[in-house]
Design a protein around this ligand. Structure first.
Ligand code: LLP
Length: 419
């Protein structure tokens, strides 16, 4: 984003028009931004989108059309990928199931379609091997350390439940042998919102573990984790440097094994975060003691990242009348409609409420919460019996509805009152 605190349009679409046509709260995704992010990663052999970040089937379809394959962590994500036109099974590995367990339904579905599996526990190797003897698998390795933007998104080290512990490769290979399973790839994802500092350590660990597995390795995956700037003083990772380190690792392995090892990357946030905005309407502006609260029709049921991680999102104001650029700035706390004090978009990890200097708001103005395209809608809930918002994609100058706003009927679907 440009970190401006006022905005009248998103990719040329007036915010007022989007709000009046589709209602608020509303998620809007600019497809051009996603396409740019895909292009940024062209040096990698395979871009595998971690669809958990934003899994609307229209978004998945557009990823597919750009040659991006997908990661799936559940039955629902496998089915979404299929609904978006991805081919399950086969050698192209368009869908890979990556998890630390198989629930029974996931194991059934993976076996039924012959979907590729990235095993995050030794048990997964045995469970797949029993049902699909002779399978090829990749292993997700926990290298013994991790890093994320929050402790909750750090996925390495012994506090983390993720992956196969780096010193248990022998046991995994024994288990694989029992079922004729071949380990053809390795994967490491040490956390979401990670940094470059840990990268050389990850690459070293990858090389060492690949050496232990041996020549059956045909691909390595750098996992996800690429950060995007949420604050004006944050920066992107130097992608050229990131690729260079992984490429060098891959090249050494290719040489060692005598065949070209494929290099994958598995981003979620990097591809979708900056494409997405959450538009909400200001419904109350009130003083509480010394504080000024601006309350929106969107809450943590719509965007959970602030309450969950103390995550910071850029926020801008679109005035209903006139231009917010002409308004005086005031310190305001931006909150939602829910029955909890944590329903605040301007907070830090630990639940500390912050205020933000923004153009003074009036009821009826719009507020845009930016960089909300990753882990936004997908983490939305029906708490307080709120209907989840609509989703719209901006593409070729048009605003297209890709998910209807939920209705009361959606809320009570499946509920019954026994006699
Ligand atoms: N691969 C694996 C195995 C993952 O577990 C994840 C994210 C990714 C790739 C994609 O990571 P990314 O490129 O998006 O950083 N809800 C949190 C983030 C949770 C990430 C979970 N796993 C948030 O809102 O920050």
């Amino acid at each position: 984003p440009d970190f401006a605190t006022h905005r009248n349009d998103i990719a040329g679409h007036p915010i007022k028009d989007l709000a009046s046509k589709f209602g608020t709260p509303l998620y809007v995704y600019d497809i051009a931004v996603i396409q740019q992010r895909i292009a940024d990663l062209a040096a990698f052999d395979v871009i595998r989108y971690a669809q958990k970040a934003c899994s609307n089937i229209a978004i998945l379809d557009r990823m597919r059309r750009k040659g991006v394959v997908v990661d799936a962590v559940s039955v629902g994500e496998i089915q979404r990928a299929i609904a978006a036109g991805y081919t399950p099974g086969g050698d192209s590995h368009e869908i890979v199931y990556t998890a630390d367990i198989f629930d029974r339904a996931a194991l059934d579905l993976v076996v039924e379609h012959g979907i590729a599996v990235n095993c995050g526990s030794p048990d997964m190797i045995s469970q797949l091997g029993e049902r699909r003897p002779g399978a090829d698998v990749t292993l997700r390795i926990n290298p013994g350390f991790g890093h994320g933007h929050s402790q909750k998104t750090n996925t390495g080290g012994q506090q983390s439940k993720h992956g196969i512990w780096h010193s248990q490769i022998d046991e995994c290979l024994r288990r694989a042998d029992q079922h004729g399973v071949t380990v053809t790839g390795l994967h490491m994802h040490i956390g979401s919102g990670t940094d470059l500092e840990h990268l050389s350590q990850v690459c070293e660990a990858m090389e060492r573990v690949a050496g232990e597995v041996g020549r059956t390795i045909r691909s390595i995956s750098a996992g996800g984790g690429l950060p995007v700037p949420y604050k004006s003083d944050e920066t992107y990772v130097d992608l050229a440097k990131y690729f260079e380190l992984w490429d060098a690792t891959r090249n050494r392995l290719s040489e060692k094994f005598g065949h070209r090892v494929q290099l994958e990357i598995e981003p979620g946030r990097y591809l979708s975060a900056e494409s997405g905005s959450l538009i909400a309407e200001v419904r109350s502006v009130k003083k509480v003691g010394d504080n000024l609260f601006v309350l929106l029709d969107a809450g943590f049921n719509d965007l959970a990242r602030p309450v969950m991680y103390g995550a910071y999102h850029p926020i801008s104001v679109c005035a209903a009348e006139g231009d917010a650029a002409d308004r005086e700035h005031v310190d305001a706390i931006i909150g939602g409609p829910l029955c909890e004090s944590g329903d605040i978009f301007t907070q830090r990890e630990g639940g500390f409420v912050d205020s933000r200097s923004l153009p003074i708001c009036r009821v009826g103005d719009f507020v845009v919460i930016e960089n909300a395209g990753a882990y936004g809608f997908v983490m939305a809930s029906n708490y307080n019996s709120k209907c989840r918002p609509a989703e719209v994609m901006l593409e070729g100058g048009e605003a297209k509805l890709i998910r209807q706003r939920e209705t009361f009927q959606d809320l009570i679907r499946g509920e019954t009152i026994p006699e």
